[in-house]
Write a protein that binds this ligand. Structure first.
Ligand code: NDP
Length: 238
């Protein structure tokens, strides 16, 4: 059997597609999200499904310990869970900013904290952080979301430099728009409508499977090859 992979936010979209892809390649999986029933619906072999809020580091540790007892050490963590609450900076509810910072930034750091030390001591392992093109450039109504994704890029590159000498890889994937449920949590209908119009003007977003394929590609390189960043978007996205 191949090595254990942990995927956060595997109940939907990119995380779900990644779970299906890596399972088909023979990896045992620990799948994490708040909606456990959506993880179980996937019905993948050699898979443990746990309900988890990525902001809760203690539950994160317990879930990883349980999976490691069954399948051996975590070889790869895909830090994918995220939310996008778009809003105008002048009137967006600051609770939405806090939620995004907690999930998109602290959630990623929590995952890293749970697995990194052990990867360093074993001199192997891979962490793949799902950022966004919104982690490289700004968009209207994206101030806080872009802030979280620029943070994911910065955290990834900083830790990459820290752990390179230990043969541990940390990779950032920056997708453009993808057809998932991500936009659905934004509260402003006007903003949702204009985002949807823009997306339709480029012929719709990528499919989640397109992102799963590049995650698999980056992970499946030999341990001494680190693809530091992949930017992937619809050809017509500017
Ligand atoms: P979805 O909304 O389809 O999936 C988001 C996933 O994150 C769900 O499985 C959800 O599970 C999980 N999640 C959200 N909050 C939490 C939490 N507090 N704890 C644990 N899990 C959580 O969106 P995508 O698949 O599009 O998003 C995946 C990642 O891709 C995100 O980081 C997003 O920012 C990024 N991305 C998406 C793009 C797009 O256009 N779709 C473009 C660029 C990047 P549950 O609700 O069950 O907890």
């Amino acid at each position: 059997m191949k090595k254990l992979v942990v995927i956060t936010g595997a109940s939907s979209g990119i995380g779900r597609a990644t779970a299906i892809k890596l399972s088909s390649e023979g990896h045992p999986l620990l799948l994490l999200a708040r909606r456990k029933e959506k993880l179980e619906e996937l019905n993948l072999p050699n898979t443990i499904c746990k309900s988890l809020d990525v902001t809760d580091i203690e539950t994160f540790k317990v879930a990883v310990d349980e999976a490691e007892e069954k399948y051996g050490k975590v070889d790869c963590l895909v830090n994918n869970a995220g939310i996008m609450l778009l809003g105008e900076a002048s009137n967006q509810d600051p609770n939405e900013w806090k939620k995004m910072l907690d999930v998109n930034v602290m959630g990623v750091l929590n995952g890293i904290h749970v697995v990194l030390d052990d990867m360093i001591s074993r001199n192997e392992g891979t962490i793949i952080n799902i950022s966004s093109i919104a982690g490289r450039k700004t968009f209207p109504n994206h101030a806080a979301y872009c802030g979280t994704k620029f943070a994911v890029h910065a955290i990834t590159e900083n830790i990459r430099e820290e752990v390179a000498n230990h043969n541990v890889r940390i990779i950032v994937i920056a997708p453009g728009v993808v057809e998932t449920n991500l936009l659905s949590h934004t509260t402003s209908d006007d903003i949702k409508d204009s985002y949807t119009d823009w997306k339709e003007s480029i012929g719709g977003g990528l499919q989640a499977e397109n992102i799963a394929n590049v995650i698999s590609f980056a992970y499946s390189q030999p341990q001494n090859v680190c693809i530091r960043e992949i930017v992937i978007a619809k050809t017509r996205q500017d």
